[in-house]
Design a protein around this ligand. Structure first.
Ligand code: ARG
Ligand code: GLU
Length: 674
């Protein structure tokens, strides 16, 4: 009796969760998931998440700077996002005298908030299925133009779902007066940097604070000192009660790119060609940059952002390959395709057509990726593009050159050019006659690159000279690779499968899947449109005998503290708080210690773009800010595995603790109503 009950419970548990935690759902269709969400503990209704009739949580979610998410947490437009999402804005405001990256920044009143030029946030007004309008012959441009005429600051896009089977209109309000309110120092906001990136247990306070401003009618407006804090239709309330394993969590944000429905051929390309090729090439570049950074503090700063960028995807791809292999994704897809063929003999040609389309476009896409990771990484060619760009005014050209050379080191780039030109010559089959002739004339790619960097006059801003540009050997090189750049332009798509010649077969294929596989819960792939993902707080088995708990604390920060290592040099304010256990309202008893919660993990299906997303509890209250996944999860862009896939969240209580005890910005905590 007991045993059969247990078996029943286990069966129930597995089927139950298997349906629940995967997927990134369109908020306007969330009613179709709400029963499942409620069975997992969610207490609100579909209309609370998304509504066009009343204020709903969607009014408090923003797309931040075109690639991240943020959330509004007060009735005065106060906004939380990640530190790494605000990084560019914070860097742009920083000078040697006011180094906000290193020291942090805290406005103590509205007047001290700093306008961030060029920073935009978008708030969704509504979304609408326009599949029928497009089928009836209306163009995207018409639909967009009509939508944008509806209101002040309206920006619209039409995005395709399921490879063009459906189309949705998204209408946003675009705000462009956004100001920096606060940021912790890098030693909190980027604590652990690349070592800890994609890693759990994690101790990064990856958050920053901004504010949206609007005109006197609460509408989007260009920056003006007359603008007022934006009054949102809805903002998030914060819960500091904390979380425990098993608690319901929901993420509301803008995931960028997943490939849930790709065929086995595309999986094989990712795991066996694309990722391994890109990883190997980036390893070479990172070795060169890393050695140079270790040798000189100036180079360490110059190449910090470039290095972080290259290393981020490099590490992600390694996890992705391992994950795909571990899950046997290729074999599973193959078996699924065989079943599809057997049960839909009249549609089997779709799979053949897809396979043929991959074959046809393989060389082109491979070269696009190869070009992007090799020739395009040779920095000095950018000077030629700046010099020859006739759309730039002379002032703009000068400014672009100054920006370029500020973070340029000729010796680093020389080594990169030698390595990357050699790699391209070795791996590529597409050349231009001009490039082949140059390689031949100079005794091969390595010798040619050395010669180029010894003979160019463009090595620094001081030696740069407009008269010399046209006759410079770097210009000759850049023009020689131009045909390759033109060739790969036709293959420049987000994923291999999005090349139109391939994608046109996905449209009928995915449609056929939806008609055939009634068990499968279909969600449209992520495409930087607003989505809901839900799951629960959960640890996981990292390795045999090694369970990772879902919550980290200040104890772990102090354990990592090392004044000699830049990325682990804990700010003194944190050390002091720890020494005196001065945790104010944010101290908690966790794992038998009085401490401060820092990060936690959950089973939400997320991807790049979900950075900064609000993480909410069953009552819709904000409990954290999403900022990463674990290394072992990154194959979830292709196959999500809920026993292993975990997103990493900065606990809202750590955010409050830092604002309070490190920033001394109590006025913000009051404003958030805690
Ligand atoms: N891995 C996170 C993401 O994919 C954080 C990246 C920023 N941090 C860094 N060290 N590069 O974007
Ligand atoms: N850090 C990522 C971002 O910036 C989110 C992590 C992920 O890929 O899941 O969007």
């Amino acid at each position: 009796m007991k045993r059969s009950l247990l078996i029943f419970a286990l069966l129930f548990a597995t089927t139950f969760t298997a349906i629940a935690d995967k997927g990134m759902w369109l908020p306007s269709l969330i009613a179709s998931r709400i029963d499942d969400m409620k069975s997992k503990g969610f207490k609100l209704d579909a209309e609370d998440i998304y509504s066009i009739n009343q204020a709903s949580l969607k009014d408090a979610v923003v797309m931040f700077d075109g690639g991240c998410t943020g959330e509004i947490v007060s009735e005065k437009g106060l906004l939380l996002t990640n530190h790494h999402c605000g990084y560019d804005a914070i860097q742009a405001l920083s000078t040697v005298e006011h180094d906000y990256l290193t020291n942090g920044f805290w406005a103590m009143n509205h007047a001290e908030e700093l306008y961030c030029e060029g920073l935009k946030v978008h708030i969704l007004v509504r979304m609408e299925d326009v599949t029928d309008r497009i089928a009836a012959g209306e163009t995207k441009a018409d639909i967009i133009a009509k939508a944008e005429a509806e209101g002040v600051g309206f920006k619209a896009t039409v995005e395709s779902m399921y490879y063009g089977n459906e189309a949705y209109l998204f209408i946003y309000r675009e705000f462009n007066d956004v100001r920096l309110v606060g940021t912790p120092p890098t030693t909190i906001g980027k604590f652990g940097a690349d070592n800890d990136n994609w890693i759990w247990p994690r101790h990064t306070g990856d958050f920053s604070v901004f504010r949206i401003y609007a005109n006197e009618n609460n509408e989007p407006a260009a920056y003006s000192s007359d603008n007022k804090p934006y009054k949102p239709a809805r903002h998030f309330h914060i819960s500091t009660k904390g979380i425990k394993e098993g608690d319901f969590t929901m993420i509301y944000g803008f995931p960028g790119n997943t490939q849930e429905y790709i065929t086995s051929d595309a999986v094989k390309y990712v795991a066996e060609v694309s990722d391994p090729t890109k990883i190997a090439l980036r390893t070479q570049r990172l070795d060169i940059i890393g050695a140079a950074q270790a040798s000189s503090p100036a180079i360490r700063i110059q190449y910090a952002a470039k290095q972080a960028n290259i290393a981020n995807a490099w590490k992600k791809w390694q996890g992705e390959v391992k994950g795909i292999n571990r899950l046997g994704t290729y074999d599973k897809k193959l078996a699924y395709e065989e079943r599809f063929r057997r049960e839909n003999p009249d549609k089997a040609y779709l799979l053949d057509s897809l396979a043929a389309a991959y074959e046809r476009n393989y060389e082109g896409y491979y070269h696009y990726e190869l070009y992007s990771e090799t020739l395009r990484g040779i920095e000095l060619t950018q000077v030629v593009y700046i010099a020859l760009n006739d759309r730039l005014s002379e002032d703009e050209r000068q400014a672009a050159l100054e920006r370029f050379y500020k973070d340029y080191n000729h010796n680093v780039d020389r080594q990169i050019a030698v390595a990357m030109l050699s790699a391209y010559a070795e791996k590529a089959s597409i050349f231009s006659p001009e490039l082949s002739a140059l390689l031949e004339e100079h005794g091969g790619p390595a010798a040619y690159a050395e010669w180029l960097y010894a003979n160019t006059t463009l090595s620094s801003l001081e030696s740069y000279n407009t008269e010399n540009v046209m006759s410079d050997p770097i210009t000759e090189f850049t023009l020689a690779i131009e045909p390759i750049r033109m060739y790969v332009r036709d293959y420049t798509y987000r994923n291999f499968s999005n090349i139109p010649d391939i994608e046109r077969w996905y449209r009928p294929y995915v449609k056929a899947l939806m008609e055939w596989d009634k068990e499968r819960a279909f969600f449209p792939d992520a495409n930087l449109t607003l989505r809901v993902a839900y799951g629960k707080v959960a640890g996981y088995w990292y390795a045999d005998g090694e369970y990772h708990l879902p919550q980290t604390t200040l104890e772990g920060i102090i354990a990592k503290d090392n004044p000699d290592i830049y990325d682990y040099n804990v700010p003194q304010a944190l050390r002091d708080a720890y020494a005196t256990k001065d945790y104010g309202r944010w101290g908690r008893e966790i794992n038998g210690k009085y401490t401060v919660p820092v990060c936690f993990i959950a089973t939400n299906h997320t991807t790049g773009g979900n950075s900064g997303s609000p993480v909410i509890n069953a009552k819709g209250e904000l409990i954290g800010i999403n900022f990463d996944r674990t290394w072992l999860s990154t194959m979830s862009d292709i196959e999500f595995d809920e026993t292993l896939c975990r997103n990493i969240i900065c606990d809202i209580r750590y955010v409050m603790f830092v604002i309070d005890k490190v920033g001394g910005a109590e006025w913000l905590i009051e404003e958030m109503g805690i």
